[in-house]
Design a protein around this ligand. Structure first.
Ligand SMILES: NC(=O)c1ccc[n+]([C@@H]2O[C@H](COP(=O)([O-])OP(=O)(O)OC[C@H]3O[C@@H](n4cnc5c(N)ncnc54)[C@H](OP(=O)(O)O)[C@@H]3O)[C@@H](O)[C@H]2O)c1
Length: 270
């Protein structure tokens, strides 16, 4: 029997645009009070207005996920406003297309600070409430790229793999506490993500053909479906999931295909 999500509060980071904003709307429509967080207050306010217009309950919290105290304040605000917290979606993140040799240690660390530590920073204070309540659902927004290393995206893929592995291990650790842990693995999704990556000089990933791109609402709907009926990994593309499973079984063949794909993209990009 699918879980009734009515009145089960959720906190969502990176909710000022893209997947986070779409998921906040989908959760609100499912009856969940939502606490939406990001750094851009104006964008958050726009998302909140749309949620209210759709009849949802929402609060906005300004939060930089690299700052643990701001993440703790987000969880405190959620509990203060809605009385409890049932779920947290650690979704804030960004990508960079850059070779390892041209990246500084500071740039690599900065990516891990947001994509990985930014998740830990918000999940840890949420878990303090969930373990007391004896139930809850933690969601990590990882990526399909958690399962394969894409050239020029080594730190991004590594940060997404860290989230994936953390989610998988803690899923088993927290099961006896009544808490479910899921990782979400979007494929290319039409959000600001690609504009921002392009803005930082990307040439390869931004050239993904349109037919491989999905709307953010598809990820949002899949997240809500997972909240209703928990599962370990959330995928929105069966061919991608199967392809990456195959790539794991046959790494040499996967390297061959990846090398060809990257050569073609390099040619298109130049
Ligand atoms: N789009 C894709 O193809 C794709 C595919 C796989 C996985 N993903 C993952 O999906 C997640 C959401 O990305 P998106 O596609 O929706 O891109 P997006 O539209 O650029 O959204 C990224 C969100 O993260 C927030 N954010 C970034 N750094 C932050 C920080 N330090 N503190 C707080 N918030 C921060 C941004 O808000 P502010 O700038 O307002 O703070 C924004 O709301 C990311 O984790 C990304 O890795 C995306």
């Amino acid at each position: 029997m699918p879980k009734d999500l009515t009145n089960l509060p959720i906190a969502i980071t990176g909710a000022s645009s893209g997947i986070g904003a779409a998921t906040a709307m989908a959760c609100a429509k499912a009856g969940m009070p939502v606490a939406i967080a990001a750094r851009r207050a104006d964008k958050l306010a726009d998302v909140a207005t749309k949620i209210k217009q759709a009849g949802g309950r929402v609060i906005t919290v300004n939060c930089d996920v690299t700052k643990p105290e701001e993440c703790a304040a987000l969880i405190d605000a959620t509990v203060r406003e809605f009385g409890s917290i049932y779920s947290v979606f650690a979704n804030a993140g960004y990508g960079v297309e850059q070779s390892f040799l041209s990246q500084t240690d500071e740039e690599i660390r900065a990516m891990f600070e947001t994509n990985f530590w930014g998740s830990v920073n918000v999940i840890r204070p949420a878990l303090a409430h969930m373990t007391k309540a004896g139930n809850g659902h933690v969601l990590w927004c990882s990526s399909c790229l958690a399962k394969i290393g894409l050239p020029m995206y080594s730190s991004y893929c590594a940060s997404k793999a860290m989230q994936d592995h953390f989610a998988r291990a803690t899923r088993h650790e927290l099961r006896s506490a009544g808490i479910f842990v899921s990782s979400v693995h979007p494929i290319g999704t039409k959000t600001e993500f690609f504009e921002k990556v392009e803005g930082r000089g990307a040439k390869l990933l931004s050239k993904s053909p349109e037919r491989f791109m999905q709307p953010a609402s598809r990820v949002a709907d899949a997240v809500v479906a997972c909240l209703r009926k928990p599962k370990g990994e959330v995928w929105t593309s069966l061919p991608m999931r199967m392809g990456l499973g195959f790539a794991g079984m046959f790494p040499r063949l996967a390297d061959f295909a990846l090398a060809r794909m990257m050569d073609q993209r390099m040619k298109r990009a130049t």
